[in-house]
Ligand binder design. Sequence first.
Ligand SMILES: [Zn+2]
Length: 344
Amino acid sequence: MRATILYGAGDVRIENVPDPRLIEPTDALLTVSRACICGSDLWPYKLMTPSEPPRRMGHEAIGVIEAVGSDVRTLKVGHVVVMPFAFSDGTCAFCHEGLHTSCTRGGFFGTVEVPGAQAEALRIPLADGTLFALPVAEDGALMASLLTLSDVMGTGHHAARAAKVGRGKSVAVIGDGAVGLCGVIAARRLGAEQIIILGNHPDRTALAKEFGATDVVSERGEAAIERVRALTGGHGVHSVLECVGTEEAMRTAIGIARAGGAIGRVGVPHYQAIPDSEPAFYNNLTISGGPAPVRAYIEELLPDVLEGRIEPGRVFDRAISLDAVPDGYRAMNEREAIKVMVKP
Ligand SMILES: [Zn+2]
C-alpha cells in the first residue's frame, strides 16, 4: 500500500510500504476513507533534521474497519469509525478521568514508532478504547465535519474548556488556522458573548465571523494587545484560546487576559519557558491546556455535528488524493490552504 513519509524539512514522499497487519489481539486494521494534514504536521515539515528517523505521517482519519484482533469486543468489520490522534485503552485511571492523551498504555499516531493515517490503511492499537464507531455511512455529506472530531474540533473545544469559556464570557482566540477556527465554534457553542479572533488572513477571519466571531484583530504583538483591551473596556478577555504555540502567541495571551482570566493552550509549544510570569502572577491568571483528549469529547460534540448545529468541516478548503499530499503540505505551509483533506 501507499503511505506518506517525512524524511526531512520540506521532504515529504508517497511510497509503497508493506501492508499493515494485526500484531496484538487488541488491534484493528483501518482502511482510510478520509485523512488530513494538520497544522502540527507543519512543525516537523519545517524543522525536521536529516539525522531524525523518517516518520509515517498523519494522525487524523475516518475509516472502515477491515479486520479485528481476537480480543476486540465492541468493533466489527465494516464499522465506520473516527480515529482520534492518540490511541488509548479506555480503561486506565486517566481514561476514566477523560484524559485519554495521558493513557498509561497510549501513544500518538504519526510518530516514528506508530505509523500514521496519511496512507491507504493503518494498524490501530487498543482499538476498542481508541476508535469511535459512527452511526453514519462512509460517504455521507457529514464526512468533513466528522473528520474534524479526530483532532481540530476536539482540540478547539479543549482550548475553550481549559480557558473556562462559559455563558456571557468574553473570549479571544489566537490563531486563525483550523484549530483556532474550531475554537471559535467551541466558544460560541459554550455560550461566549464576545469572541475576538486574532489573525491576519482575510479568508480565515471571514470564516471565523461566520462561525461566530464578533471582532477581528489583525495586528500582532503589542498592537494586538492594545486592540483587544480597547475592545473589552480596557480589562482584557475572560478566556484566551492559544492555538499557535509560539512564545509570541503566549505573550499576547497573557497580555490580553483579564485579571482572574484563563488561558487554554493547545498549540504545541515551541519555546522552553512560559514568558511574562510576573504579569501572569499579579493578574491571577490560570494557564492550562495540552494535547486534547479528543476521544473524550466525541460523544459530546457528535450530536451537534450530526444535527448540523456546528459545521467544523468548513475548515477544509481543499481535497486531494494521496499522490498530491506533498503539494498539500506545501500549500498549507505557504498558507495557501487552511486545511487539506486527503482521500486515499
Ligand atoms: Zn487509558
